[in-house]
Design a protein around this ligand. Structure first.
Ligand SMILES: Cc1ncc(COP(=O)(O)O)c(C=O)c1O
Ligand SMILES: N[C@@H](CCOP(=O)(O)O)C(=O)O
Length: 462
């Protein structure tokens, strides 16, 4: 299996090289040259298998011969052993034709654990074999950072630096990032928003001297391995509702577009998905793009679903690659316009492709809150604000096909928003009950590329 860049000008890599590389050297994102297909019989045969067995069958064709079958099976087993639910990603019924896919039973209580626990294991295996070490830098609006720290804390061959927007993550999210005591963990509070953190990260990848000097690696969903791991739960949930004999639809709370893009990959592999619905909060660039075709940045506006406070949505580039007929130069042109002019208008053909592939909707702050309240009253299910954005948009798109909404985080990560909506404060699981008592350690830093790079250089030299 070979991996190519969305912008068409970077070296073609194997799975392992693409995983360790992160962002392509032409600024693009890696994608498999061809997407492997699963036959209807192969999909039907997933019914009744464990999550781990489904993960192996779905991901193996993308890995090529980078890991032996036994190695890869061991990696998958270890990745999900720490999850707090035997099903890993259980489905809960919300209404006659509406299901919630609970993706928050991993160690840091968000869907990021599905991919991050896996790539923690994959990095360890690959770096161990190569006798190499890397500097991982991640940008987070709250959940990626804690999941990455959990997956890489204490490892000998990795330093992990997480850039988070100061004052714009929940207290639980911040404490998850700032309380680990391992020396290889570095939480940096950046004066800016998530888009600033992600832009700084991409600038670091495009600064080749720095990139090569520190052996930069990335674990945001710019990394193909992150997206791949997220494809699995589309299969596990669809099959448990009768796929491939019955179609299903998905609604996905969306920010950086990694999770819903994983659903698109599942569909291209052969999973019979009727609709993939993008659900945004008030930072609704993706919904606006689907409505008007104009992909134009506005400032990030803080919301009660802070992990989705994103305007520059990285993985939208991967969708554009297919929308523009796999023309890397067209993608590069639009991405340059986004960076230098603040936006671009999607071509008519590409817009038609996007509208055939995705539906979209947005939830205001009031609608998000009202959805948390209504779901709690009607079903007893406590939604986190991100999942509530999904449920609100899903309810507008219910039909005869079963709808699965992705519940992307545990409500206890956002206790203020949940308490304001329901009157009840969701408790943290017992194993995290002392989170508020642990001491915090982080560095505040300006949104200044040179300052961030220097801090990273100094820390890895000590
Ligand atoms: C809780 C939660 N929900 C939804 C999202 C959006 O997912 P994506 O960035 O893959 O679109 C995020 C952040 O990525 C998140 O942390
Ligand atoms: N919502 C994310 C933002 C980064 O997304 P990623 O999937 O690209 O890592 C977060 O919580 O950090």
């Amino acid at each position: 299996m070979r991996y190519i860049s969305t912008r068409g000008q970077a070296p073609v890599l194997s799975f392992e090289e693409a995983m360790l590389t992160g962002l392509a050297r032409d600024g693009g994102l890696y994608l498999p040259e061809t997407i492997p297909q699963m036959t209807q019989e192969e999909i039907a045969a997933l019914a009744g298998l464990s999550y781990e067995e489904i993960a192996f069958r779905v991901m193996k064709p993308f890995i090529g011969d980078c890991f032996t079958d036994d190695e890869f099976k061991g990696i998958i087993e270890r990745a999900y052993a720490g999850f707090g639910h035997d099903a890993r990603a259980p489905l809960v019924q919300m209404g006659p034709n509406h299901f919630l896919l609970e993706l928050f039973h991993g160690p840091t209580l968000a869907f990021k654990d599905f991919a991050m626990q896996l790539i923690g294991q994959l990095f360890q295996a690959a770096l161990g074999r190569r006798g190499d070490r890397v500097t991982i830098v991640g940008a987070t609006s709250g959940d990626t950072g804690s999941a990455a720290i959990e997956a890489f804390r204490g490892l000998d061959n990795v330093d992990v630096f997480i850039l988070f927007p100061e004052g714009r993550v929940s207290e639980v999210q911040r404490r998850q990032m700032t309380t680990p005591s391992e020396a290889n963990v570095h939480a940096l509070a950046v004066k800016g928003d998530f888009d600033d953190c992600q832009a700084a990260l991409k600038d670091m990848f495009n600064d080749f001297d720095f990139r090569d000097e520190v052996k930069l690696a990335g674990v945001n969903s710019i990394n193909w391995a992150r997206v791949l791991a997220q494809v699995v739960y589309y299969f596990s949930s669809a099959v448990s509702l009768g796929a491939p004999h019955r179609k299903v639809s998905f609604t996905v709370p969306t920010g950086n577009f990694g999770d819903i893009f994983a659903g698109y990959v599942a569909k291209r592999m052969g999973l019979p998905i009727e609709h993939l619905v993008i659900a945004t909060n008030q930072n609704d660039i993706l919904h606006r793009t689907m409505v008007s075709g104009a992909h134009v940045k506005e400032g990030v506006s803080p919301s009660i679903s802070p992990s989705m406070d994103i305007q520059v949505s990285s993985n939208f580039e991967r969708a554009l690659y297919y929308a523009y007929g796999q023309d890397g130069s067209a993608v590069a042109h639009e991405m340059e316009a986004l960076k230098t002019e603040g936006g671009f208008t999607v071509s008519q053909g590409a817009l038609e492709f996007l509208r055939e592939t995705f539906l979209s909707g947005r939830a205001s702050e009031e609608e998000t809150s009202a959805t948390i309240r209504a779901a709690f009253a009607a079903t007893g299910e406590t939604l986190c604000p991100h999942s509530a954005v999904g449920v609100k948009v899903a309810e507008e798109n219910l039909g005869t096909t079963p709808m699965i909404t992705l519940a992307t985080a545990h409500p206890a990560k956002f206790p203020d928003a949940v308490e304001a909506a329901t009157g009840e404060r969701p408790p943290l699981p017992n194993r995290m009950a002392d989170l508020y008592d642990r001491s915090e350690r982080f560095s505040a830093i300006d949104n200044d590329l040179g300052a961030i790079e220097n801090l990273i250089r100094e820390r890895i030299a000590t």
